[in-house]
Design a protein around this ligand. Structure first.
Ligand code: HSE
Length: 311
C-alpha cells in the first residue's frame, strides 16, 4: 500500500497574449496536470508513476520538468536525501501551446513545497519551476510557469530576476481556446523567429503592450480590442497552424476582443468580454475544422486566479 500523500493540480496557460512575447501569460481553469507526492522508501526523490504521457516522459529526475523543478527546491532546502515519491498524471496534450511542460513543472515544485510545509511562497519557488520548464524548451521564461503556479494574468518585467506583477482582470473577461491536433514543439517554434525586429514595429508593439495593460486596469474593453495585435511573432508562426487566418477572421467576426496564437502554438485563443461570444467562437471553430477534417479540442475558460492548488 502506498503511503498517503498530497495531490495538487496546476492549470494550462496562454502565453504571449499577442502583445507580450515571453513576458505575459494567463492561467486557464482547465485542462491541467496533477502531481501526487508522498513519503518514499529510500533516500532521494523518485518518480514512481507517470500516466497520460504515452511513454514520452522520462522518469529521470534530472530530465523531467516536474521532477527537476521539485529537485531544485529540495536542493535549496538542503533536503535532497529526503525519501519522496512523485506521481505525475498528465491531463493535457504535449506540444499544444497550452503550457503543458510548465503545468508539470509548476505542479511538481508546488507539491513538494506543500508536502514539506517549507513556508516558502509561490513567488519564492517560481524560479525552480522555471528551471524545470527550461529542460523542455531550452529557454528561461516564466510566461507559462508563472500563471500556472500563481494564477491570474502575469506581466513579467524581467525574466532573469522574475520581477513580476499580477494584472487586474476586468469583470467578464473570458477566453475561447482552440487546439488543433498538430504538434508544434516550442523549441522549433522559437528557432524560426528572426533575431531582429524593425524599429517601426517595435514602436507600434510597445504601444500595444502599454495600452493593453492600461486598458486591463481601467476595464476598457474597446482599448483592449485596439491593443491586441501582434505585429512581430504571429506573422512568423501563423504558417505552423492550419487555417489560422480563417479561424482568426471568424473569431473577430463573432466579436472577439482579439485573437492570436497561444504560446508557441498550435493552440489559438480569443479573449472575449462575454461568455456568449466565446461560445460562438468555439462553435465556429468546430464547424471550420470539421470541414477541413482536422480534429480539435476546445476550451472555454475564465481567467483562473488561483493557479496551482492542493485538492
Ligand atoms: N513565450 C514562449 C514562446 C511560450 O512563445 O516561445 C512558449 O513556451
Amino acid at each position: 500500500m502506498p503511503k498517503p500523500g498530497i495531490k495538487v493540480f496546476a492549470p494550462a496557460s496562454v502565453a504571449n497574449v499577442a502583445v507580450g512575447f515571453d513576458i505575459l501569460g494567463f492561467a486557464l481553469e482547465k485542462p491541467g496536470d496533477e502531481v501526487i507526492i508522498r513519503e518514499g522508501s529510500s533516500p532521494g526523490l523518485v518518480i514512481s508513476l507517470i500516466t497520460g504521457a504515452g511513454g514520452k516522459l522520462p522518469y529521470d529526475i534530472q530530465k523531467n520538468t516536474a521532477g527537476y523543478s521539485a529537485y531544485r527546491l529540495l536542493e535549496h532546502l538542503g533536503e535532497t536525501d529526503r525519501p519522496l515519491e512523485m506521481e505525475i498524471h498528465k491531463k493535457m496534450p504535449f506540444g499544444s501551446g497550452l503550457g503543458s511542460s510548465a503545468a508539470s513543472a509548476a505542479a511538481g515544485v508546488f507539491a513538494v513545497n506543500e508536502f514539506l510545509k517549507s513556508g516558502l511562497s509561490k513567488h519564492e519557488i517560481l524560479r525552480f519551476a522555471v528551471e524545470g520548464e527550461q529542460i523542455a524548451d531550452g529557454a528561461f521564461h516564466a510566461d507559462n510557469v508563472a500563471p500556472s503556479l500563481m494564477g491570474g494574468m502575469i506581466l513579467i518585467r524581467d525574466n532573469e530576476t522574475l520581477d513580476i506583477k499580477k494584472l487586474h482582470i476586468p469583470h467578464g473577461l473570458c477566453v475561447a481556446v482552440i487546439y488543433p491536433h498538430v504538434e508544434v514543439l516550442t523549441r522549433e517554434s522559437r528557432s524560426i523567429l528572426k533575431p531582429e525586429i524593425p524599429f517601426k514595429d517595435f514602436i507600434k508593439q510597445s504601444g500595444n503592450l502599454g495600452s493593453f495593460v492600461a486598458a486591463m486596469y481601467t476595464s476598457d474593453f474597446d482599448m483592449i480590442k485596439r491593443s491586441l495585435h501582434d505585429l512581430i511573432i504571429e506573422p512568423q508562426r501563423a504558417h505552423l497552424i492550419p487555417y489560422f487566418y480563417e479561424m482568426k477572421e471568424a473569431a473577430l467576426k463573432c466579436g472577439a476582443l482579439g485573437f492570436s496564437i497561444s504560446g508557441a502554438g498550435p493552440s489559438m485563443f480569443a479573449l472575449c468580454d462575454n461568455t456568449g461570444v466565446a461560445q460562438d467562437i468555439l462553435e465556429q471553430a468546430k464547424s471550420i475544422y470539421k470541414t477541413k477534417k482536422l480534429h480539435i479540442d476546445t476550451y472555454y475558460s475564465k481567467i483562473n486566479h488561483e493557479g496551482a492548488i492542493r485538492f
